[in-house]
Design a binder for this molecule. Structure first.
Ligand SMILES: C[S@@+](CC[C@H](N)C(=O)[O-])C[C@H]1O[C@@H](n2cnc3c(N)ncnc32)[C@H](O)[C@@H]1O
Length: 320
């Protein structure tokens, strides 16, 4: 009897998800969201539809558990539903939809929206590069998390510091790795990193200009990667973790330090961030989906010195 009821409930949920997806605009929305999270104003721009119509379609998709929403300040960001187990009705419908052709006519509009976001981040770091260390300290307090982070990174052969910024970690990593690669999308930040390496007389690290979304690394080139306070700047953290997995050797390690979710939207703006930190369980879900086995997830500062500033969390994962 119970089995019959479960079967009926699953069938109802599948039907609801299929009905929700059976609409031209909603199908386009699902395909766009397969590229990563977007907020309503961006979806409106991409689809060329009115905001109230887009919001109504999003509500239908959210009710059918095909999409999820995350509120950040005044924005509501939508993404494909994740974290449900693979057998869940909505996950099954999404996997059927993923077999359909890609973005078609929406591809150019998606590219334009993503280019605007990249431009905003690169402008922020172009302006703040010369004073970034002071800005970070003002908003996040002294970088107390660096010692536990370096302990977690440990030693190895080739390490890549993703979003290296002014290169605070590079000189320290040079003593425990044969090769150190610092990667950043901002030429101005890399210039600060180069100057810091020169000033400290540290072993030279290789500085590469590039984005986390398309890492300037060959497949499996690094055996350790570090992402220190950078993931909250990328539009699609789950997608970036898949790209990181590509650049890591099998059984390679990834160590992430980032802010735990905070409510203060003015802090997010002051840090030039896309995301107001993360819920630790979300990052762990993304790591699993990207081909990692999570090994550690713990808070490494109470409040990072800035009361009531956000805590810094550390995740460590092994590439499967
Ligand atoms: C908050 S700073 C952190 C720098 C350094 N890891 C630290 O903790 O001091 C973030 C850095 O990530 C870089 N960044 C942001 N988005 C990026 C992306 N998509 N790809 C590569 N670098 C990015 C920025 O240019 C900036 O230098």
């Amino acid at each position: 009897m119970d089995e019959l009821r479960t079967h009926e409930r699953t069938q109802d949920a599948v039907l609801r998800a299929l009905k929700a997806a059976a609409d031209g605009i909603r199908l386009r929305i699902l395909r766009v969201l397969a590229e990563g999270p977007f907020h309503v104003a961006e979806l409106t721009e991409i689809l060329g539809a009115g905001q109230s119509s887009v919001s109504r379609h999003l509500r239908i998709l959210a009710d059918a558990e095909l999409v999820q929403v995350r509120r950040v300040g005044t924005w509501s960001w939508y993404s494909l539903r994740e974290g449900t187990d693979e057998g869940a009705p909505a996950a099954r419908v999404l996997s059927i939809l993923s077999a359909l052709p890609g973005l078609n006519g929406d591809a150019d509009a998606v590219d334009r929206v993503l280019a605007k976001r990249r431009h905003a981040t690169s402008e922020f770091f172009r302006r703040t590069a010369p004073v970034w260390d002071t800005v970070r300290e003002r908003h996040l307090g002294p970088a107390e998390h660096l010692e536990p982070l370096l302990d977690a990174i440990g030693r190895g052969r080739v390490v890549a510091d993703l979003g290296t910024g002014t290169g605070v970690l590079l000189a320290r990593l040079a003593s425990t790795f044969d090769q150190v690669i610092g990667i950043d999308a901002s030429p101005e930040m890399l210039e600060e990193a180069r100057r810091r390496l020169e000033d400290t007389g540290a072993e030279p690290a290789e500085l590469r200009l590039g984005r986390l979304e398309h890492l300037p690394l060959a497949d499996g080139e690094a055996d350790v990667m570090v992402a220190n306070l950078v993931l909250h700047h990328v539009a699609d953290p789950a997608g970036v973790l898949r790209e990181i997995r590509r650049g890591l050797a099998s059984r390679g390690r990834l160590v992430i330090a980032d802010l735990e979710e905070y409510a203060d939207d003015s802090l997010r703006a002051a840090l030039g961030a896309q995301w107001p930190g993360f819920r630790p369980a979300d990052v762990t879900t993304w790591l699993r989906a990207a081909g990692f086995t999570p090994r550690r997830s713990e808070r490494i500062t109470r409040s990072n010195g800035a009361e009531p500033g956000p805590a810094i969390h550390l995740w460590e994962a092994i590439a499967r």
